[in-house]
Design a protein around this ligand. Sequence first.
Ligand code: 13P
Ligand code: SF4
Length: 343
Amino acid sequence: MLTTEHLTAEQLYATLKNIKVGGTVCHYSLKKCAEFVPIINEINELKQEQNAVILAHSYVSPEIVYGVADFVGDSYQLSKDAMTTDAQKIIFAAVRFMGETAQILNPEKEVLIPGLLDGCTLADSINAEEVKKLRAQFPNHTFVCYINTTAEVKAECDVCVTSANVYDIVQKIPNNQIYFLPDKLMGKNLVMEMHRRGVKKNIQYHEGTCYVHEEYEPSQIYEIRMEHPQVKVVSHPECRPEVCEASDFVGSTSQMLDYMLKTDAKDFLMLTECGLSARLQVEFPDKRLVGSCTLCRYMKSNSLLDILRVLKNPSDRDRVFLSEETRLKAHKCIEAMFHYTQG
Ligand code: 13P
Ligand code: SF4
């Protein structure tokens, strides 16, 4: 994103020095930047040699976002970026379900996942066999899956959604019987939003949660508002309904950044992973963060050294392998998302 071909430690430090979130993980000194820079420059050279691009979710470490990433965004935007790039190789610094989505959409490209912990508590909360059983139990429902699911789960569902489009897509689905999976909290938020919009839907949902977002409580918002009455609270739809209700804005990670850019407010409480708070501190230095944030151990398991390793010597574990049958079925589910977002 802010990638320079031959970056210096001073340039990297100038970009990262204002980040003060996420404990020591996201704090930078000139010395730390000097350690990163040779790895960053080697990665950027290898990318050119290999016609590779790096897609990074906003939650991964800032040295990846600002040192080597070609595309940074939310899961919806990154899935579109994966389709538009001409590169033959995609390194997906995020979690496995995002790499799988890139592979589903780009069977001819090689997709590599550097993260060592590549799971996600949502994607890991349901498997394809469970979806088949639910479909037998709810035969007249349209099965809507959040993008935070495995390719096998998508293959058993009808329409994929992301946090950027879940409400609008469910509103457009002609069937009023919806089964939403796997996020229970997003499911509850969906029920409330349909009610607010006056849309009649009978929505069942599964039991999964994101371990990062479920931790936030409305009491945190009330306490911060007492101290900072001007604060704008932005949250993700994976948070509890009571948290979303008490927020000024709810949206995908990219929509949250957009909202903060467009509003004149200066102080923000961001109820999401620390990577997004770090982006705020780098990209909008006149805005101020209040309160704290939380780290996702899966997203933060991506490192520069692992990106270098998958470029130099990828193992089978780093690659995404999908059977053609699963890929085609999952592709139909994701295509349905693009159909609803275009229409
Ligand atoms: P976004 O699509 O909003 O970036 O969300 C992905 C995610 O995993 C949030 O926890
Ligand atoms: Fe999964 Fe939550 Fe991490 Fe997002 S923040 S990748 S939903 S565990």
